[in-house]
Design a protein around this ligand. Structure first.
Ligand code: ARG
Length: 453
């Protein structure tokens, strides 16, 4: 008969209700590789410090290898009392190898689970980071293919100043670069081994936590056992980095939704990345973009939910902390799917650059350039703003086209009026990081360097 890990102290077995609430196996089994890696490192260290013989170490490691194979091949039989992945692995190892009973020497599930989750998170950060880079490369490829194409730039969702399409696409690329930085920074604090902290207070046995970390390929070791077993900052930080990434993706999604509308008509979506309507035959819907927008809510929810779980917890381990895994796993799964789908959507999109240019061709969009032209010719900016503002007001009142009014003005004249021709003003903002195709050429070099660096 299988029994609980604490059967020695108890007369009765666990109730069904307790098991159903308490068991984390349904969701933590996906950390089996990390759990097994942790155990391999731990028994290696136990052997080094003389708590396990070489033969025992080999026996336990071989059993761990078998268990890993069994779980991978789905031939592993989980038992009713396998409360979590740690219990399941240890139970099976001990069935296969009597020295398995020594595997938990100087270890608690508290330092074990903290280390497992850290290892899992480190792998997830690496995977998500690669997917972010993939989307950045797609944005870069689109930016390069966009050439001199331009569209209206917006503030308040009102047309502001024309900008190169490449400039607009790369704006999202830079936001993703900060997401990558944040994940890399969080990774430094994730990459810490807690094995050797025991349940909370370390051990009376001659453990060597640094050795365990070295065997695990983890960069750092906990400094304080109480903090080690109760620290879930790294989960919260990762959730934050993923939530902000989700917010960025939601903004990309929102723009694609707007751009795909017949009102904007700036893009045509590929059939493979759009959906139809069950009733309206003419519809082509940007569901991926809408889900990219919608998933951000779920990611923010995971962050706020988990911070609320942690808030006010006394040191050290509390079972509340078992609630770290589901939001973390779901956030990573959600971000993975969203990044992949958005990448597919963007890499197959058709940019309707003639429509964009048409939308950006209003002479009013060049009003700031007119004022700057006056400034370049010696006029204080406030005065220039008023001069151009007056022409705009007259044009809107029907006193003539903006172009004619500008051409006829003493201070402005035909040279200034030429700035109002479609496609001219966008070329003028050549400052570093500015929106002209020429300035973007430099930006592309820096963006690529960042990606390759
Ligand atoms: N399943 C538990 C978790 O995820 C493992 C740690 C259990 N520790 C304990 N003291 N009951 O947090």
């Amino acid at each position: 008969m299988s029994s609980t890990l604490w059967h020695g102290r108890f007369e009765g077995g666990p109730s069904e209700a307790l098991q159903a609430l308490n068991d984390s196996l349904p969701f933590d089994r996906r950390m089996f590789r990390e759990d097994i890696a942790g155990s391999r490192a731990h028994v290696g260290m136990l052997c080094d410090v003389g708590l396990l013989t070489d033969a025992e170490r080999h026996g336990v490691v071989a059993a761990l290898d078998t268990v890993e194979q069994e779980i991978e091949n789905e031939t592993f039989e989980f038992a009713v009392n396998d409360e979590d992945i740690h219990t399941a692995v240890e139970r099976r190892v001990t069935e296969l190898e009597p020295a398995g009973a020594k595997m938990h020497t100087g270890r608690s599930r508290n330092d074990q689970v903290a280390t497992d989750v850290r290892l899992w998170t480190r792998g997830a950060i690496d995977e998500v980071s690669q997917l972010i880079v993939r989307l950045q490369r797609t944005l870069l490829a689109c930016a390069e293919a966009a050439g001199d194409a331009y569209l209206p730039g917006y503030t308040h969702l009102q047309q502001a100043q024309p900008v190169a399409l490449s400039h607009h696409l790369l704006a999202h690329g830079w936001a993703l670069a900060r997401d990558l930085d944040r994940l890399a920074d969080a990774r430094r604090r994730v990459d810490i081994s807690v094995l050797g902290a025991g349940a909370l207070a370390g051990s009376s046995l001659p453990l060597d936590p640094e050795k365990t970390a070295e065997y695990l390929g983890i960069a750092g070791v906990f400094e304080n056992s109480l903090d080690g077993v109760s620290d879930r900052d790294f989960v919260a930080e990762t959730l934050f980095a993923l939530a902000l990434l989700g917010v960025h993706l939601s903004r990309v999604g929102e723009e694609l939704i707007l751009w795909a509308s017949s009102e904007f008509a700036f893009v045509e979506l590929d059939d493979g990345f759009s959906t139809g309507s069950s009733m309206m035959p003419q519809k082509k819907n940007p569901d991926i973009a809408e889900l990219a927008r919608g998933k951000a809510g779920r990611l923010i929810g995971h962050l706020t939910g988990f911070l609320t779980t942690l808030k006010g917890l006394p040191l050290t381990y509390n079972k509340d902390m078992q609630e770290d895994k589901e939001p973390l796993f779901d956030a990573v799964d959600t971000v993975r799917l969203t990044l992949l789908a958005l990448d597919g959507m963007i890499s197959t999109i058709h940019f309707r650059t003639e429509r964009m240019a048409e939308a950006a061709s209003s002479p009013y969009a060049a009003a700031t350039d007119l004022a700057e032209w006056l400034v370049a010719n010696g006029m204080p900016f406030r005065q220039a703003h008023a001069v151009v503002g007056e022409k705009v007001r007259k044009a809107l009142a029907g006193e003539g086209s903006l172009s004619d009014l500008v051409a006829a003005d003493d201070q402005l004249g035909p040279e200034a009026a030429a700035l109002l021709e479609p496609g001219v003003s966008v070329t003028r903002r050549t400052t570093r990081g500015g929106g002209s195709p020429a300035a973007v050429a430099d930006q592309i070099i820096r963006f690529r360097a960042r990606l390759d660096g």
